[in-house]
Design a protein around this ligand. Structure first.
Ligand code: F6P
Length: 318
């Protein structure tokens, strides 16, 4: 193997640039050439590649977003699109691909592997929704952003004795909201894994108010509720002033945290090492503070065990 490509795909995540930097460094160390693919799988189909040299990427680890750009490619979901991507890789004599992204991007990586292209996948998503790894790159930075925003929102909530609903991202995974509460921000939480009804929320709120807490923050994961309806329900049933803030894309931007940068470096170097050793069709992760990998083919069957969190929340929010 002497020519490698790297692409970033799906929603951007802080730390993707740090992966690119690490991969280029590791590749140069092993005398491999690296090609950056523009716009994720779209660029693979269009043959949009350019050579990356370390001198050009050595200062990108602290930048948010991805210098390669990213997309959610509908064309790559078709057999024709994938065949075209493989054709482009063969034309450019590229022997292996590193994919940085989330669940959908990993499915694409598995398809590429099935078509005979050696692939290593690195988890880069703010959602932390890949069950085989304890952390994905971007999650820690986003969590810190959420905590920062929530603290600011609380200043106002506290001054006005108001209840605030804060919606965070995460797609169908509650980790951003959950870890915010574990980190000490938020009085009530509703996430896809433990969804509360409007009445459950009001019941918990009532108890907080009875206990003398009047500036409660309700953290919810996106896509779960009509937030206007929830706000109205609380105001009508509890007679308390309530406001809603959707944090939105502020959560995806910004300088990656040290944790994400270090994780990106470790995973980037490991991806290159595995491919050189002819271990492909793998997803790289971290478990018990050790970098590990699993087969991409096994991923579909695994769901995260969150039972330990349930008892933690029970204690912390009581
Ligand atoms: O997967 C990352 C993420 O930010 C999710 O949290 C969110 O649901 C989704 O992407 C938003 O996607 P888009 O950028 O396509 O609006």
């Amino acid at each position: 193997m002497n020519r490698l490509a790297i692409l970033t795909s799906g929603g951007d995540a802080p730390g993707m640039n740090a992966v690119i930097r690490a991969v280029v460094k590791a590749a140069e160390h092993h005398q491999l050439s690296v090609f950056g693919v523009q716009n994720g799988y779209e660029g693979l189909i269009n043959g949009d590649f350019y050579e990356l040299i370390y001198e050009k990427v050595e200062n990108i680890a602290s930048k948010g977003g991805t210098i390669l750009k990213t997309s959610r490619s509908a064309a790559f979901m078709t057999e024709e699109g994938r065949q075209q991507a493989v054709h482009q890789l063969r034309e450019q004599k590229i022997n292996a691909v590193i994919v940085v992204g989330g669940e959908g991007s990993f499915k694409g990586a598995q398809k590429l592997q099935q078509l005979g292209v050696p692939v290593a996948a690195i988890p880069g998503t703010i959602d932390n929704d890949l069950a085989y790894t304890e952390y994905s790159i971007g999650f820690d930075t986003t969590l810190n952003t959420v905590l920062d925003c929530v603290r600011k929102i609380k200043d106002s909530g506290c001054s006005h004795n108001k209840t605030t609903i804060v919606e965070v991202m995460g797609r169908y995974c509650g980790d951003l909201a959950l870890h915010s509460v574990l980190a000490g921000e938020g009085e009530i939480i509703s996430i896809p894994e433990y969804k509360l009804s409007f009445d459950d929320i009001c019941r918990q709120l009532k108890k907080k108010v009875q206990d003398g807490k009047s500036d409660n923050l309700i953290l919810v994961t996106e896509r779960m509720y009509d937030l206007q309806e929830l706000q109205r329900y609380i105001e009508e049933n509890m007679q308390i002033s309530t406001r809603t803030t959707v944090l939105g894309f502020v959560q995806r931007g910004g300088e990656p945290s040290a944790f994400d940068r270090v994780l990106a470096a470790k995973m980037g170097v490991e991806a290159v090492r595995l491919l050189i050793n002819h271990q492909s069709g793998v997803a790289i992760g971290i478990q018990n503070n050790r970098i590990m990998h699993v087969s991409l083919a096994e991923l579909d069957e695994k769901t995260a065990d969150k039972s330990a969190n349930e008892s933690l929340l029970h204690v912390l929010l009581s």
